[in-house]
Design a protein around this ligand. Structure first.
Ligand SMILES: [Zn+2]
Ligand SMILES: [Zn+2]
Length: 83
């Protein structure tokens, strides 16, 4: 089961469980679509693998299988960035 990490490791953008912009590699390194399609050029900087869109987790399953709350993004980053 996926951790459903809450943010982009690179820029800290919020990636909620229903976000269509979340991208993951085989180790579930988690980035936003803007980073993957832009600076990362589709290659995971941690493992060198490729990315796939992360499936959303429906709300009724989040009650039983909560998403991870452990942010991996840059320290101190908030969702104040322009989107
Ligand atoms: Zn990002
Ligand atoms: Zn990776």
């Amino acid at each position: 089961m996926l951790e459903m990490r809450p943010d982009c490791e690179r820029c800290g953008t919020d990636l909620p469980p229903d976000s269509p912009d979340a991208r993951i590699c085989t180790f579930e390194c988690t980035f936003c679509a803007a980073c993957v399609d832009g600076p990362l050029a589709g290659v995971c900087p941690n493992c060198g693998g490729n990315f796939e869109p992360r499936p959303i987790r429906p709300a009724h399953l989040l009650e039983k299988f909560p998403a991870s709350a452990e942010r991996k993004g840059p320290a101190g980053s908030t969702s104040t960035s322009s989107s």
